[in-house]
Design a protein around this ligand. Structure first.
Ligand SMILES: NC(=O)c1ccc[n+]([C@@H]2O[C@H](COP(=O)([O-])OP(=O)(O)OC[C@H]3O[C@@H](n4cnc5c(N)ncnc54)[C@H](O)[C@@H]3O)[C@@H](O)[C@H]2O)c1
Length: 336
């Protein structure tokens, strides 16, 4: 397994580190257009100079690879993915898949024609509390899903101090809380409670210094095959506590994931007691090891990726509908 990581900014570095930790690749090469960053990554991870490329062209002319991680800003994901798929490489593509639907049909066609494995980096599916919720919901033990609520927030300026200088500040590069952050929860909600069919979003810039993109998002949804599940998704990028709370209310019980408390919980008696179950999350890299390990398993025919291309395409359509809803102040239907 020879792997190429494209773009080693914040998330590309994490992927490179995680694949090194997994120890399942014979070689890991990377390309990074920003020279000081390239040197920093090569040194920190002891990547030999012949595997540290200044751009994609030189990486492709300098070697062959079985798989690639596309960790560049969103507008580049589809063109780079299509180019690599044509070369027969398996792909782990970062979220959001893109900012438009341009090129998706062609990418899907090449991937099918070449029988490639593709995963998209909607990593919250790899959180052990979310995975435990998913298993419990799918078992049917709590009955029909009626409502989903996700609420999250973080001190983004502290956690991502360079946010003004990177893609996040620019909508046309995938910036703003819809494309960058709440998209994770649309994706995980879609997975837990059925396909999102309609959205109504209110979003605005409240306080995040030095940018004008939205830092607060409230989305109402209808989801499930017949739109029978009602949901709310709320997020901000400035509250002090770093929290994610996902609650799914079913006919026969309520299920919840609380990241800060590293647990998932359920209650199956009206006004009863919560049953809490701890999950093992010593560090954030745990989620990425699970996600990326599943990607390698799928390439080896031993399992499935956590988020497929089709699932990420659906989330892209939700992102687009959410933006339309903000600008038109109305409900938007997700177009298939
Ligand atoms: N799944 C997650 O948890 C997660 C977290 C952060 C970011 N992301 C996503 O990952 C993508 C990248 O985000 P980031 O935070 O790492 O951004 P970033 O700006 O920190 O890093 C992007 C890097 O790519 C490099 N680059 C740009 N174009 C390139 C090219 N053509 N070839 C090689 N290198 C190139 C840049 O120099 C930069 O170092 C975005 O789509 C973002 O939404 C996902």
């Amino acid at each position: 397994m020879k792997l190429l990581v494209i773009g080693t900014g914040s998330i590309g570095e994490r992927h490179l580190r995680v694949f090194q930790q997994l120890g399942r690749c014979d070689a890991i090469a990377f390309c990074e257009t920003h020279a000081p960053r390239r040197a920093e990554i090569a040194e920190r991870y002891q990547i030999p100079v012949e595997l540290a490329f200044p751009d994609l062209d030189s990486a492709l002319s300098g070697g062959t690879y079985d798989a690639a991680v596309i960790a560049t800003p969103a507008p580049t994901h589809i063109p780079i993915s299509t180019r690599l798929a044509e070369l027969g490489m398996h792909l782990l593509i970062e979220k959001p898949l893109s900012l438009t639907t341009d090129g998706l049909d062609e990418l899907s066609r090449v991937i099918a024609a070449k029988s490639l494995t593709v995963a998209v980096g909607y990593v919250h599916r790899a959180h052990p509390a979310v995975e435990a919720m998913k298993t419990a919901l799918d078992s049917g033990r709590f009955g029909r899903v009626l409502q989903i609520r996700t609420a999250s927030g973080q001190a983004f300026a502290t956690l991502r101090p360079a946010y003004r200088e990177v893609y996040f500040a620019k909508p046309e590069m995938g910036g703003g809380a819809i494309n960058d952050m709440i998209t994770h929860f649309y994706n995980v909600g879609d997975w837990l409670a059925g396909p999102i069919q309609r959205v109504m979003t209110d979003a605005d810039h409240q306080i995040l210094d030095g940018v004008t993109v939205e830092d607060t998002v409230h989305t109402l949804v209808r989801q499930g095959d017949r739109g029978e599940v009602m949901g709310t998704y709320a997020l901000n990028l400035y509250q002090h506590p770093n929290e994610v709370l996902i609650t799914v209310v079913c006919e026969g019980g309520t299920v919840q994931a609380e990241y800060a408390k590293k647990r998932w919980s359920w209650m199956d008696v009206p006004s009863g007691a919560w049953h809490h179950e701890a999950v093992d999350m010593p560090e954030v890299d745990v989620m990425y090891r699970r996600q990326n390990g599943a990607f390698l398993d799928a390439i080896e025919g031993k399992g499935k990726v956590l988020c497929t291309l089709d699932e990420a395409i659906r989330t892209l359509r939700v992102n687009l509908a959410s933006h339309r809803s903000v600008s038109e102040s109305n409900w938007q239907t997700i177009t298939p």
